[in-house]
Design a protein around this ligand. Structure first.
Ligand code: PLP
Length: 425
């Protein structure tokens, strides 16, 4: 399709968009009395209007039933988390018993490393991408130190080539082969938070396992954004947060995945707690830990129901729409945004560089733009004029045209504001 940089054309794309009604199901902040153009759904998703009902339901049950809410609430609390299994497993391409919701993302990665990072004198190295999200760097570093190894030796980062913004698959595979039988774990972000690059999870997982390592994924920027087939790709474990593309609310619970092949492996150590105990016998308060057969066997504590409530609201919304429909719109709106950026770039004779891969299979709902020659004043101008984006040193803005609630007209409007901003700042 040939795009046009006009309001009429953008509105026509909106009319053709089967997901356009979902925009009205979200609360948008306002700037100068107008709904913002929201590009930071990769950082904190907008609030679905239905989230409040789910939270109110728990508040009402708590008021009316108190402790009895554990069993008598319509959505009983003692197994509230199990309502995620079906819809969430579809979002990440898993079996229902392979997913669980619990804790927060970095905590879950630590807990999963208890099971899947068990270094020996010979096999102790971890491969990750360079410039990984800082929390992941701290986490991996502290795990390596905890086991008595030297991070400088044990952590192998895959570098970008000189002058390139993205990591090449061939370089990941070559590094896995090079580290070979010293490799204990590959742990990478499925979608890089900075560039938006989507990694080939299937191929990398296969290569890591061929070298004799476990392979796990941080899917913070992937869950609810890209098509995942964690079960079929044979991923060992994964975790994600729910407040980015999944709109569950600030700092909310994490989801995690443990492949079926590990569910009954009694050699895998894990940190246990009563919520991971055999469900039928949980309240018998027996001394011996007998884990639930599935990802829920990695649960520790009883769950924060109030925070799961808006996550459940969101998961139900995703279930209604389906990832396939979301991805169709995602690709179109991302392509339209790319087109708008190139148009404005030509009109103002500025020089933008989109550092996100241009290959559709290597990107998803984010374009990261290097604004050569522009600075912080442009970013401030955008924010003051109702474009919510974020700024990363040096001079990179990240734009996530989230398909659930962004419109094509937003992209057009953004282009106009950007152009004015460049001319005026
Ligand atoms: C957002 C993000 C996190 C955040 O971790 P929390 O434990 O939820 O604070 C971690 N890793 C990556 C890659 C992220 O994008």
């Amino acid at each position: 399709m040939t795009f046009q940089n006009t309001r009429d054309f953008a509105q026509e794309l909106d009319r053709q968009d089967p997901l356009r009604k979902y925009r009205d199901e979200f609360n948008f902040p306002e700037v100068k009395g107008k709904q913002v153009i929201y590009f930071t759904g990769n950082s904190l998703g907008l609030q679905p209007k239905c989230a409040r009902e789910y939270v109110d339901e728990v508040m009402d049950d708590w008021a009316k039933l108190a402790v009895e809410g554990h069993f008598l609430a319509e959505r009983a609390w003692w197994d509230y988390h199990e309502r995620f299994s079906d819809p969430l497993s579809k979002i990440v391409g898993a079996l229902p018993e392979e997913v669980a919701v619990m804790n927060t993302l970095t905590v879950n990665l630590h807990l999963l490393m208890v099971s899947f990072y068990r270094p020996t004198q010979k096999r102790y190295k971890i491969i990750c991408e360079s410039k990984a999200f800082p929390s992941d760097q701290y986490m991996i570093n502290s795990q390596v130190c905890f086991h008595g190894f030297n991070p400088k030796d044990a952590i192998v980062e895959i570098q970008r080539r000189e002058g390139e913004h993205n990591i090449r698959l061939e370089d990941v595979l070559a590094k896995i082969e090079e580290v070979g039988d010293e490799l204990a774990l590959v742990l990478m972000g499925g979608v890089n938070y900075y560039t938006g690059q989507v990694f080939d999870i299937k191929t990398i997982t296969e290569a890591g396992q061929k070298a004799g390592a476990y392979v796990g994924w941080d899917l913070a920027h992937a869950a609810g954004n890209i098509k995942l087939q964690l079960h079929d790709w044979n991923v060992d474990f994964a975790a994600w947060c729910s407040y980015k593309y999944m709109n569950s609310g600030p700092g909310n619970a994490s989801g995690c995945f443990v492949h079926q092949i590990h569910h009954s492996d009694t050699d895998l150590p894990r940190f246990a707690g009563w919520w991971g105990h055999n469900k039928e016998r949980r309240f018998k308060m027996e001394p011996e830990f007998d884990p639930v057969n599935g990802a829920n066997g990695w649960q520790i504590s009883n769950l924060p129901i109030l925070s799961l409530a808006p996550y459940l609201a969101s998961v139900h919304m995703f279930d209604k729409i389906g990832m396939d429909a979301l991805i169709l719109k995602r690709d179109r709106i991302t392509a339209y945004l790319e087109f708008i950026l190139k148009e404005i770039d030509a009109e103002v004779d500025s020089s933008f560089e989109i550092i996100t891969p241009s290959e559709p299979h290597e990107r998803a709902s984010q374009l990261s733009v290097f604004l050569h020659g522009e600075g912080r004043p442009l970013f401030d101008y955008l924010m003051e004029n109702g474009v919510i984006t974020d700024w990363r040193e040096p001079n990179v803005i990240r734009l996530a045209p989230v398909p659930l609630y962004c419109s094509f007209e937003d992209m057009y409007e953004f282009g106009q504001i950007l152009k004015k901003g460049i001319l005026e700042t």
